[in-house]
Design a protein around this ligand. Structure first.
Ligand code: 5AD
Ligand code: FES
Length: 353
């Protein structure tokens, strides 16, 4: 009996491996029985990653250029209601300096990430993007600035931005409404993702694992949502409570469930760019290595000036906030070598096939 069951989970994984679609119920069965089939899933997900990207691990230099945010997401440490957050903005020169440091360390993608900060108008952003592109024409620019209008996304694309990260946070509208204040809209979020795709960005969606009120059924829905959206990147990490937010007493997401979701995402979207996130490295000292072994192929170390790092605290105990970028790159090279993979100097674009 027991054996028969295990055979059934493996068959579902084989089905995914053959690029056949799973139903929501089939995903749910795998998620509910993950302890019995995670080894088989990870064997397949690493093989698929290797088939598409070899042993290469791409790095992205994360420049957290503002922690001002007009939004009030209940989970996030830089929400506008958090009066304890010490706010900062980087100017163009500081951003370019971070990029310069990053370039010398081998980064060929810069991710400009920030809260939704009205200070950075299209005009200011266009100027910064153009300057980075002029100085580093061999680099990709990824933006992660939240929700903006179609016209704004268009101007930023025309200025030279290549990619955009906008996690949808959850594929369920009712769950979305439990994580966000009522002025934020799930429909608008999804619409932004669609606009970004229309404009030709390489798009990254994503969600937190173990966020408050999330069910296993929600997680099955995430995979159905992703299969339909077909983003080029998917960022997922465990939810981690932040002490100055309404969710301060909630439980963190688990390493084990995050890894299982990474494996399922790799099989569902074989070519996807999939980071082993800092949040995963925060709840488990070996989280990022385990993420790679579950099928991830991207790391996003911090390039922000050390002086502001502790201020970009989306969740408690974030790692690497005291380290220079050079230290992190060295550290990651060593860590990744132990997994049998290697960090490469490359833009690390999405591979179509
Ligand atoms: N725990 C984990 N991830 C978080 N994020 C924001 N707050 C938290 C938290 N408390 C994630 C969100 C956001 C991304 C930039 O960071 O998914 O999209
Ligand atoms: Fe930052 Fe290891 S990656 S210190």
């Amino acid at each position: 009996m027991q054996k028969q069951h295990i055979a059934m989970y493996d068959e579902l994984i084989d089905k995914l491996r053959k690029n056949q679609e799973l139903s929501k119920d089939e995903y749910l069965i795998l998620i509910q029985n993950r302890k019995k089939c995670s080894d088989y899933l990870f064997k397949n997900s690493t093989e698929v990653r290797e088939k598409v990207y070899g042993k290469d691990i791409y790095i992205r230099g994360l420049i957290e250029f503002t922690n001002y945010c007009k939004n009030d997401c209940l989970y996030c440490g830089i929400r506008r209601s958090n009066k304890c957050a010490e706010r900062y903005r980087l100017d163009k020169e500081e951003i370019l300096n971070s990029a310069c440091q990053g370039y010398n360390l081998g980064f060929r993608t810069f991710v400009m990430q920030g809260g939704e900060d009205g200070y950075y108008t299209d005009e200011i952003l266009v100027d910064i993007i153009k300057s980075i592109k002029e100085k580093y024409p061999d680099c990709a620019i990824t933006l992660s600035l939240g929700e903006r209008s179609f016209e704004s996304y268009k101007k930023l694309k025309e200025a030279g931005a290549d990619r955009y990260l906008l996690r949808h946070e959850t594929a369920s509208k009712s769950h979305y409404e439990k994580l966000h204040p009522k002025e934020m809209s799930f429909d608008n979020r999804v619409n932004c993702l669609k606009n970004l795709k229309k404009l030709g960005y390489q798009v990254g969606a994503g969600f937190m694992v173990g966020s408050p009120f999330q069910t296993e059924e929600n997680l099955a829905d995430e995979l159905i949502f992703l299969k339909k959206l077909k983003p080029q990147m998917v960022g997922i990490g465990p939810f981690i409570p932040h002490k100055d937010t309404p969710f301060k007493n909630e439980n963190a997401g688990s390493v084990e469930l995050t890894l299982f979701m990474l494996g399922l995402i790799r099989l569902t979207l074989p070519n996807v760019l999939l980071p082993a996130t800092t949040a995963l490295g925060t709840i488990d000292p070996l989280g990022r290595e385990k993420g790679i072994k579950a099928g991830a192929n991207v790391l996003m170390p911090n390039l922000s000036p050390v002086g502001v790092r502790k201020k970009y605290m989306l969740y408690d105990n974030k790692i690497c906030t005291g380290d220079e970028a050079a230290q992190c790159v060295e550290c990651l090279k060593n860590r990744i070598a132990k997994t049998g993979c290697k960090i490469v100097v490359s833009r690390g674009d999405y591979k179509e096939n």
